[in-house]
Write a protein that binds this ligand. Structure first.
Ligand code: MN
Length: 438
């Protein structure tokens, strides 16, 4: 079952951290996302919780006895340098941390507060160097948006854009964990092989069609033993939280290499993650029914079908991509919005992806990352990558400087944003996933 709505979601809650009470902040007291950061240039990493424009340092909280009374495993995990320990705990245990953080940061009525230790436990986000939130053992990228799959398929196979397996089996490939990088890391343009021109050998050189992909990543919680599988009804308990993912892609390299085994070097050079993990608990108010399959589409097979998943398996998460060229930034133009979509439009729920991934007995582990695949929607402005947005370069975008974009140029900066909003609840945001092409 997905996490319930409780007192930590009440819209009326206020924090003694003033910046958390500003209406459009990504990090009000109802969010409480977790991340890993370094303090003042120190090499040591610590776990933090974003609150307004500050970070609450969980190790410092533990030092001051502010985590006392939590289950031992929870406090011990908060003193480590990655989220893997917390991710490995069952939801009931990790839920105690959310409640404690909510009390520590409340403006009033908390039986325990971090306010009396402000100088030790709060770090301005501007002074916190964000790092990878977890040691990711394995990274799997799916292809869960039927709009994305259909658009890409139409470019390759106009007559039968969607392959016959798509509506039955969640399509994915094993990505590369070693080249996952945190937001802000510069992205070096990859080189690779591209398709031969007539009667010539293929060429090797810098990619000429570098793209972004707007995706959502899910960090996995407790794993499963090898040879066992996670039933769909239990899959939500294995989802720890979400972040934004930019699956940078070299389209020219991809086109030449992807058959017959799928993407490889076109994707494995870099994948950017937003640093704050918005927990499954924080997302409870924004759960919606799973994507409703068009008339005539088959029901999923029994192991990928469950009434709770159909009723609450979706997440209303609004996504956006902003782009700016070096010239735009130099001339003072704000970035332009190039894609807007919503996670609720993906064909397979995150829980279905977990159930499918483990259905063959593959063991998933705490801190593993699964990504949705490019999240596109039905309209042109919902297309979550440039390949779709410019239709393989045939409909270039015009920037405010008059520059044209088919694919990314050096100096281009891509920023992914995401937030959840619903009447009666506080808006929560994901922060940003930023990268400049160099
Ligand atoms: Mn992808």
């Amino acid at each position: 079952m997905s996490a319930p709505i409780d007192g930590t979601h009440e819209a009326a809650l206020r924090s003694w951290v003033d910046s958390a009470n500003v209406p459009d902040t990504d990090f009000p007291i109802q969010n409480l996302p977790l991340g890993v950061f370094g303090r003042g240039g120190q090499p040591r990493s610590r776990i933090g919780c974003a609150i307004g424009d500050q970070v609450l340092d969980l190790e410092a909280c533990a030092e001051h006895g502010l985590l006392r009374g939590l289950p031992e495993d929870v406090e011990a995990a908060c003193r480590t340098a990655s989220l893997n320990g917390l991710m490995g705990l069952e939801p009931r245990l990790r839920g105690t941390l959310r409640h404690r953080l909510s009390h520590l940061l409340r403006a009033e009525g908390g039986f325990v507060t971090a306010r009396t230790h402000t100088e030790d436990v709060l770090v301005p986000q501007a002074d916190a160097e964000m790092r990878m939130p977890a040691d990711v053992g394995d990274y799997t990228d799916f292809y869960a948006s039927i709009f994305h799959a259909t658009n890409v398929g139409r470019m390759l196979r106009p007559d039968s854009p969607l392959l016959p397996n798509y509506r039955w089996v969640p399509i994915g490939y094993h990505g590369r964990a070693s080249s996952l990088v945190v937001s802000g890391t510069a992205i070096r343009r990859p080189s690779g092989q591209t398709a031969p021109r007539r009667d010539e050998p293929p060429a090797f050189g810098p990619s000429r069609s570098l793209d972004y992909e707007l995706e959502v990543g899910a960090f996995l919680g407790p794993g499963n033993a090898p040879g066992t599988s996670i039933p769909l009804a239990e899959a939500e308990d294995h989802l720890f939280g979400l972040c934004l993912v930019n699956d940078w892609s070299a389209r020219d390299v991809q086109r030449w290499e992807y058959q017959p085994l799928g993407p490889f070097l076109a994707k494995s050079f870099a994948t950017s993650l937003s640093p704050w993990v918005v927990t499954a608990e924080a997302l409870a108010p924004f759960r919606v029914p799973a994507f409703s399959r068009p008339e005539g589409d088959p029901e999923p097979l029994p192991h990928l079908r469950h009434e709770d998943d159909a009723a609450r398996g979706g997440i209303d998460l609004r996504l956006e991509v902003k782009l700016s060229s070096e010239t735009m930034r130099r001339e003072g133009h704000p970035p332009i919005v190039v894609s807007q979509s919503n996670l609720k439009d993906i064909y397979w729920t995150l829980a279905q992806l977990v159930a499918h991934h483990s259905s063959n007995g593959c063991n998933l582990r705490p801190g593993d990352l699964i990504a949705s695949g490019t999240v596109s929607g039905p309209e042109k402005e919902n297309r979550g990558c440039l390949l779709e947005r410019t239709w393989r370069g045939s409909e270039p975008l015009t920037l405010p400087t008059g520059e044209e974009r088919r694919f990314l140029e050096n100096g281009d900066e891509v920023v992914l944003l995401g937030h959840c909003a619903r009447d009666g609840f506080a808006r929560i945001g994901f922060g940003e996933c930023r990268g400049v092409v160099v």
